[in-house]
Design a protein around this ligand. Sequence first.
Ligand code: IMP
Ligand code: MG
Length: 180
Amino acid sequence: MLNTDIERVLVPQKEIAQIVKNLGKQITNDFVGEELVVVCILKGSSIFFSDLVREIDLDMKFDFMVLSSYGNGTTSTREVKIVKDLTEDIKDKNVLVVEDIIDSGRTIKSLKELLEKREPKCLKIVTMLNKPDRREVDIVTDYNGKVIPDEFVVGYGLDYAQNYRNLKDICVLSPSVYSK
Ligand code: IMP
Ligand code: MG
């Protein structure tokens, strides 16, 4: 049951809208007169991406990537694998990667290294959420929505076992869900 699985709302819909608006403004101001390739990292960024692109007043193209993390089960050896690659050539383009949340930082670090090899004009990262307490690698994000504490959140595109992505608020999942 959706209602009993949620412990509490962490970022309500209204606050999310305000955060996304501000991010859109910052990005618009930073790239006046330029064109962007905006990259949605599926599936978690899908909702954030859809809202954010409509708050950016610039010429842009959309692109989509699916990533998968593999390793021996520990986050420290995890490597990013591309399941679905970009369709656009990003050489000499302004690329904005849209992430849902930065946790250990490993996903975005590997992705950044991988995309830099394709020689974009510039490569920026925007994340809706940031959990700096969990960071394992050094990573600079250019645009940050909201810093949150070390709690597992769902909703607004974020999942637990592929569920809860459609929740309008960003919510803390009830611990009872993990022990089911
Ligand atoms: P990182 O490589 O540890 O930074 O992992 C980032 C990815 O882990 C995100 O794109 C999410 O898919 C997932 N993730 C990390 N924290 C959460 C969370 O609190 N809720 C849902 N997914 C999360
Ligand atoms: Mg996920």
